[in-house]
Design a protein around this ligand. Structure first.
Ligand SMILES: [Zn+2]
Length: 273
């Protein structure tokens, strides 16, 4: 059995076509809709993300992409689309800083709120400690109730936290990320302080895209009357300041002054009206 046969063996016909479409266009929703034609755009996005979380699908897509890259070379369009995905990705998909309710936010009469298991544990520990100390056991106060959920919002009228709640870090299951967020995900690092989710540099991606469209070459930018471009903007936008001759500079400064005067004149005119 060759490599392709092995890769497609666990997939059904539609999944194979989805992989092929996705490897061509790198747009999961579009690829999904080209195979499952009756799907709405929203449902297609959700289902495509789910498909792209299946390891066998990922393996076949990877294989196709490598094949395409080998046959056609890595195309500019392909690199750009991946870079755009990286720049557009929402870091909140990977990790979030949340503020959630404190133990007193939603407890009855703002008393400490437990989860049922926590309270059972507290009873066991309390009984054991009382026995060791030879003292009478007093169960912990449970008047706040048992319904604590770490996902609930803070209570704005909470007398303990004043509505600020408590901080909580959240890390997503990276197997189910959207294609864009997967581009952003650069692995997990375990440190002495806990787990750290690493991300690729979105600012660097943005910089490369800016370079691609030539923004980095526009070292001088002059604006004409009403915020519009002046006549020679096109010429100087592709020249570095160091490349301009003295005559160029004199001309540009004069034009900028005229443009500013025109602009002021227009504003004065409006003010007098
Ligand atoms: Zn609170």
């Amino acid at each position: 059995m060759d490599v392709v046969e092995q890769l497609i063996k666990p997939l059904n016909a539609r999944q194979i076509r989805f992989c092929q479409a996705y490897a061509r266009c790198l747009n999961a929703t579009k690829a999904y809709m080209s195979v499952y034609e009756d799907s709405s755009k929203e449902a297609a996005t959700t289902s495509a993300v789910a498909l792209l979380a299946i390891p066998q699908i990922v393996a076949y897509v990877d294989h196709l992409q490598k094949e395409h890259a080998e046959v056609a070379g890595i195309t500019e369009e392909w690199v750009l689309s991946r870079m755009k995905q990286l720049v557009n990705a929402d870091p909140n998909e990977l990790t979030q800083y949340r503020r959630v309710n404190c133990r007193f936010c939603w407890g009855h009469q703002n008393r400490y709120q437990w989860t049922p298991q926590e309270y059972k544990n507290a009873l066991v520990v309390g009984q054991r400690e009382a026995k060791c100390a030879g003292s009478e056991f007093h169960p912990p106060d449970c008047m706040g109730g048992m319904g604590y959920s770490p996902k609930r919002e803070p209570n704005p009228t909470c007398p303990e936290c004043a509505g600020d709640g408590e901080e909580r870090a959240f890390f997503a299951d990276t197997r189910t990320l959207s294609p864009g967020a997967k581009m952003l995900f650069a692995g997990v690092k375990t440190t002495q302080h806990g787990v750290e989710i690493k991300m690729h540099d979105q600012a660097a991606g943005m910089e490369r895209l800016a370079k691609y469209i030539g923004m980095d070459r526009r070292t001088t930018q002059l604006v004409g009357a009403g915020g519009g471009p002046i006549q020679h903007e096109q010429t100087i936008s592709h020249k570095r300041a160091a490349d301009l001759s003295d005559d160029d500079l004199v001309r540009i400064i004069a034009e900028a002054q005229h443009a500013a005067e025109d602009s002021e004149g227009a504003e004065d005119g409006r003010a007098q009206e």
